[in-house]
Every structure is written in C-alpha cells, then in structure tokens.
Design a binder for this molecule. Structure first.
Ligand code: DGL
Length: 263
C-alpha cells in the first residue's frame, strides 16, 4: 500500500523483547517529529515458543491497547512470518513487518553461498523456505535456527557479559558443513531476528572467517516511510514511550524507562 496523503496518529512498534529497539532507532532517525510507542512483550518472550494462534491474538491484543495509531511495525521476524495477514484483516492502519533480507544476500553474494541466522521458529517456517526458493534459487543457502542467541542479546542489552564461546556455539552450524569447499564459503549472513544486530561485535569475533552481516532494520524503516506520512502539523517533538508487559521487569537498557503495559 502506498500512501500519498499524510496520516495522523503515532507509530506502535512491537517485539517480544528489546530486539526491535534497533528498528525503532532507524525510524526515529527518519521521523524525528513522530511519536512512537515501543512494546517489549517481555511476559511472552520468546515469541518462537508460542503457537501461531496465540501469537496472532497476542499482537492484536497489544495493538488494541493503544489509541491514535497511524501504523504498527511488527519489529520481530518470528511474529512477522505469522501475524501479518491476521493483523491486516483486523486493523485499518498499515501493518509493516520485517522479513530476513534474503533478496539482498542473493544479489550481493560473490560465492553464491550465504547463511541465514534466525530463531528456531522462523527457520522452521514455510514462509522462509518459500522466500529462499523464490529469491535464492541459484545460491547455496545455509539456514540455521539458533536456540539461545535472542536470549543472549537480551542479556547483553541488560548489561550482562556475553561469552564469545556461547555465541560461537550458536552459529557454528552455519560455518561447518562438509558440503562446503573453500570456494563455496558463505560470504554473507542474513540476520533473521531483530535481536541479533545487538550482538554484531560478538558475532564477528565468533565467526571463523569474515562475512558481511546483513541487518534489515534500515529497509524496514524505509518501508514505513512508504506507508506512513506524518501529518504536517505533527508536533509531538518525537516523544517516545516504552512499555514492557512483564510485571517485574529487570530491563536496564540505556537510560530507557519502561512502563508496565497492563492487560
Ligand atoms: N526479535 C524476535 C525476532 O526477530 C525475537 C525472537 C523471539 O521472540 O522468539 O525473531
């Protein structure tokens, strides 16, 4: 949907935790006068553990909590692969999701081999395999669903140390395969979970050789600009509010103050 007319309201950004903050920063850079609500659905983290129906209901429940919404951004790959059609059926405002940047990797790879690092749930989903068939048919694609990487990113954002050895364990299958000859090394890795860019330094250290790590946050922000044009009189000075759904949240991210979103 391409919107020519300005739309009112503010932008609601939803993730299972604090991974979507990377997407939010990209949006705030591009829309400095727009008001944002960020919801970390800490009480339901990780989304990968939820069945599809619960996940759809949960994201819709969160969206219904807010008035004056002009656009919802599902800043979570795991949720985006499941909830977008349902959300679009229910709500009139644009719903933007995030998908792993497979097209970008397929276009830029020199070795014709690249990796996709996602959560277990995203990696298992049909959506991703059909995207690989559609856009990367001429490439070798190593898809790996990591069990703990999103949690490690949450830990890091909360100020705890993350061990490179733990990160290495989570990404090892991407780099070890007997099928890969020297010439077929992967040269790009698509980050298919919004939490992972926060571990970029650790990922670089843990990888056995250099690759390009692709973060789709910027692409999502650009997509939002196509569907959300702030009203000319928007005068919120870009004030953003941050919510967590957990009762006793331990989030200590930058200087952000998280309010509790009660259900
Ligand atoms: N940020 C989510 C994603 O992009 C985290 C995964 C989860 O909650 O399972 O997939």
């Amino acid at each position: 949907m391409l919107m020519e007319q300005p739309v009112g309201g503010h932008i609601l950004v939803i993730d299972s935790g604090i991974g979507g903050l990377g997407v939010l920063s990209q949006l705030q850079k591009r829309l400095p006068k727009t008001r944002f609500s960020y919801v970390a659905d800490e009480a339901f983290f990780p989304y990968g553990k939820l069945d599809d129906e619960t996940l759809c209901m949960r994201c819709a429940d969160i969206a219904r909590k807010f008035d004056d919404v002009g656009c919802v951004v599902i800043a979570c790959n795991t949720a985006s692969t499941v909830v977008l059609p349902h959300m679009r059926d229910e709500f009139d405002f644009p719903i933007v999701g995030i998908v792993p940047a497979i097209k970008v990797a397929a276009r830029n790879t020199k070795t014709k081999a690249f990796g996709i690092l996602a959560t277990e749930a995203t990696a298992k989903g049909k959506y991703l395999s059909s995207m690989i068939d559609e856009f990367a048919g001429d490439c070798i694609v190593k898809l790996h669903g990591s069990k703990n990487l999103a949690r490690l990113a949450e830990q890091k954002l909360n100020g705890s140390r993350v061990l490179i050895a733990d990160v290495e364990k989570e990404i090892r299958p991407l780099f070890t395969s007997m099928r890969f000859k020297e010439t077929k090394r992967i040269d790009h890795v698509v980050l298919g979970c919004t939490h992972y860019p926060f571990l970029l330094a650790e990922l670089k250290q843990a990888a056995p050789y250099e690759v390009v790590w692709i973060d789709p946050a910027e692409a999502v922000a650009k997509r939002v600009l196509n569907v959300f044009k702030p009203a000319a009189d928007a005068d919120s000075k870009g004030r953003s509010r941050y919510y967590t759904t957990a009762e006793n949240s331990h989030y200590k991210v930058r200087n952000i103050e998280f309010e509790q979103l009660k259900f």
